[in-house]
Design a protein around this ligand. Structure first.
Ligand code: NAD
Length: 355
């Protein structure tokens, strides 16, 4: 009997519905080819949820995500909702969703496809072959630390990491490295911050559980420079919340377009899989969004949430093949294009290349 999974679907706002439509076409096709059944549970979040229910994270969605094997998410937000009070805005709904799901590990691969080496703002010889996984701690550190306060003469935040928080994110990074090139570079600021020394000491302890993996350490300022100077030196980058926020955005630009890059947010429960970009209101409804970041997020979901490695690889291979054959969306259209596709056509191309 075919294996069966229940996938939570959040289309969201702007280009969200367009890119999710293409992602589901691809998921259906790979399901047929690999004999896997997917049941979709559509849920509301963000601006669309505000319009329909008055709140950005309705209780039905809160309950719905818990009963899924994984959640696939498009993007939320847009000018229509920008003037609402902060806690009622679409972005608050997304933060609340991540917190509710306990997704403490944010995985952001930065891969440069051979066909798109000229799409990067860096020289082709610098970016060709780049394949980095940034593992960012997502629910601790300075964004969440207490106390925090904004006063008339000063303001402060607190950077805190507990042993449990560092141990669990370090294990995620080492486990991923075991399936890759077996190298982890832990990025911190241990020369200045006690919390970073603590982070480093715990990462060294956890590394003892993974003797096959080479562990190195780098200060965050140097890491930012090295990512631009020689990104190929990295395999897995393990880092905390604020450093990962900055470094993963820098790493994403190595690939050439924000429309290419997927992400996974995982924890002890259900994982959330989404493109790294936003709802792109400037191109929403025009049918020209690049769906590849979302389709890649489907591949990550199959691999990390469901353990369906073959199905995941089929999607990755189809994306590479489509680029090799010269299919491009407008955002990457300037580079060796045979055909500039709209969003739907790119989805069809990927579907047809999965066999
Ligand atoms: P954005 O990522 O939506 O867009 C930045 C630029 O990249 C735009 O020019 C857009 O057209 C382009 N772009 C993005 N995705 C693309 C794709 N798939 N194909 C082609 N081009 C693409 O960032 P922004 O403009 O700063 O934010 C727009 C809205 O999205 C805001 O409301 C913001 O809060 C929200 N946002 C949501 C998320 C999320 O849902 N996870 C993330 C970031 C921003």
């Amino acid at each position: 009997m075919a294996k069966s999974y229940k996938i939570g679907i959040i289309r969201g706002d702007g280009i969200g519905p367009e890119i999710i439509t293409e992602a589901l076409k691809v998921l259906d096709k790979v399901g047929t080819v690999c004999d896997i059944a997917f049941e979709y549970n559509e849920m509301l979040l963000g601006g669309f949820a505000i319009d329909a229910t008055g709140v950005p994270f309705p209780s039905e969605t809160k309950e719905g995500v818990n009963s899924c094997d994984a959640v696939l998410f498009g993007a939320i937000g847009g000018p229509k909702w920008d003037n609402l009070e902060r806690h009622l805005r679409p972005e608050s709904g997304l933060l609340a969703l991540r917190s509710h799901m306990g997704t403490f590990a944010n995985l952001r691969p930065a891969v440069v496809y051979d066909e798109l080496v000229n799409a990067s703002t860096l020289k082709a010889e610098v970016v060709q072959g780049v394949d980095i996984m940034v593992v960012r701690e997502l629910t601790g550190g300075i964004y969440f630390g207490q106390p925090r306060e904004y006063l008339s003469d000063r303001a402060y935040n607190t950077m805190v990491y507990t042993k449990v928080e560092v141990e669990r994110i370090a294990r995620v990074a080492f486990e991923i490295a075991m399936k890759r090139d077996k190298r982890v570079c832990s990025v911190d600021k241990a020369n200045v911050l006690e919390v970073s020394q603590f982070w480093r000491d715990i990462v060294i302890e956890i590394a003892k559980e993974y003797p096959q993996v080479e562990l190195t350490h780098m200060y965050v300022d140097n890491a930012a420079m090295q990512l631009i100077r020689n990104p190929k030196q990295f395999d897995v980058i393990l880092t905390g919340n604020i450093f990962g926020d900055i470094l993963s955005d820098a790493a994403s630009m190595l690939s050439g377009s924000i429309g290419l890059l997927p992400s996974a947010s995982t924890g002890e429960g259900v994982g959330l899989y989404e493109p790294i970009h936003g709802s792109a209101p400037d191109i929403a409804g025009m049918g020209i969004a690049n769906p590849l970041a979302t389709i890649s997020s489907v591949a990550m979901m199959l691999k990390y949430a469901l353990g369906e490695i073959e199905a995941s690889q089929k999607i990755d291979n189809a994306i590479k093949q489509a680029l090799k054959e010269g299919y491009r969306t407008g955002d990457i259209g300037a580079y060796d294009a045979k055909e500039i596709c709209n969003c739907s056509k790119m989805g069809d191309v990927i579907v047809n290349l999965i066999n």
